[in-house]
Design a protein around this ligand. Structure first.
Ligand SMILES: [Zn+2]
Length: 322
């Protein structure tokens, strides 16, 4: 179990003494209904109560425990938002499973049952009166569920940086997808070619996403972090190093401090390489604690990065008109 190994490593490094661990409360049906249809919630509950089974035509399934675990994952993110919004914590990281960013209003997808980060955003709005939430997703896969949930909504700015290549899951997240109706301009997709690494990610983060966030003026920043954009991830071919991840985390901490008194929550999505996951989570926590420390036992990507200046210009034309 990756989570068990991760928690053991966090204990061994002394990290658990540096942070405050918070017990997650399971999301209530009312909280889930802020995002998901009653029929989807009922389907997952029923399949789970019958001992488990497939939930879609792909590979997303439930076990007997899935309904409760998925409620804990979504609810854990809400618990973290409660702590941040009531000043019991400055910021946080939700180490939850199952992941959430592929789950749509009415459809499970990509091993995701409930969309944890979307439920947390809606909970911040419903329970704490937050008006504008920025969701930044840099899992290597596009956050299609989060995009679908907020596509027509101008109160949540959804920004996704993801690998965009033929046959790469989930196959959406192009430049042209920018939101619809009142949500037009509140979805920002950065479809990356393979191999974009530390420099390209930070370049686009600072030249496009940061100014877009400044315009939006979020009151809370939520981050879907997946460690599958690491250059050694077995399933993808984005080129981030652990040091690159650490700098992105620090940039996001700086952005949240500038825009919303540091209110920032990282939510774990994908990441299948245990050493990357363990060091990566440590680095995010160092950034959240303001510690100038980075773990990178694997080192930089040995491959040259493609030039992203054309993509940057396209993004600026579309999202930051002069
Ligand atoms: Zn992923």
């Amino acid at each position: 179990m990756r989570m068990t190994a991760l928690l053991a490593a966090l204990a061994e490094s002394g990290m658990m003494e540096a942070v405050t661990a918070v017990s997650p409360q399971p999301a209530t049906v009312q909280q889930l209904r802020l995002v998901h249809s009653a029929s989807l919630i009922e389907q997952i509950r029923t399949v789970s109560s019958l001992g488990g089974g497939l939930l879609d035509h792909g590979d997303t399934y439930a076990t007997a425990e899935s309904y409760e675990l998925a409620r804990l994952a979504a609810g854990g993110c809400c618990t973290a938002v409660d702590h941040i919004m009531t000043h019991r914590a400055e910021n946080g990281m939700a180490l939850v499973r199952p992941p959430g960013h592929h789950a749509e209003t009415n459809r499970v997808s990509g091993f995701c049952l409930f969309n944890n980060i979307a439920v947390a955003a809606r909970h911040a709005q419903a329970a704490h009166g937050v008006e504008r939430v920025l969701i930044f997703d840099f899992d290597v896969h596009h956050g299609n569920g989060t995009q679908e949930i907020f596509y027509e909504d101008d109160s949540v700015l959804f920004v996704s940086m993801h690998l965009f290549a033929p046959y790469f899951y989930p196959g959406i997240g192009s430049l042209r997808e920018v939101g619809h109706g009142t949500g037009r301009g509140y979805t920002l997709n950065v479809p990356l070619p393979p191999g974009v690494g530390d420099m390209g990610y930070r370049y686009i983060l600072n030249e496009v996403i940061r100014p877009k966030a400044v315009q939006f003026q979020p009151e809370l920043v939520l981050v879907s972090v997946g460690f599958d954009a690491h250059w050694q991830d077995p399933l993808a071919s984005a080129g981030l190093s652990l040091t690159g991840y650490a700098h992105i985390a620090r940039d996001l901490v700086g952005m949240a401090e500038e825009l919303c008194n540091g209110r920032l929550l990282f939510v774990l999505e994908g990441g299948y390489h245990l050493d990357v996951l363990t060091a990566g989570v440590h680095n995010v926590l160092y950034a959240l604690l303001g510690r100038d420390e980075i773990q990178d036992p694997i080192g930089p990507s040995p491959y040259a990065e493609p030039d992203v200046s054309h993509l940057l210009a396209q993004l600026q034309r579309r999202h930051l008109p002069k």
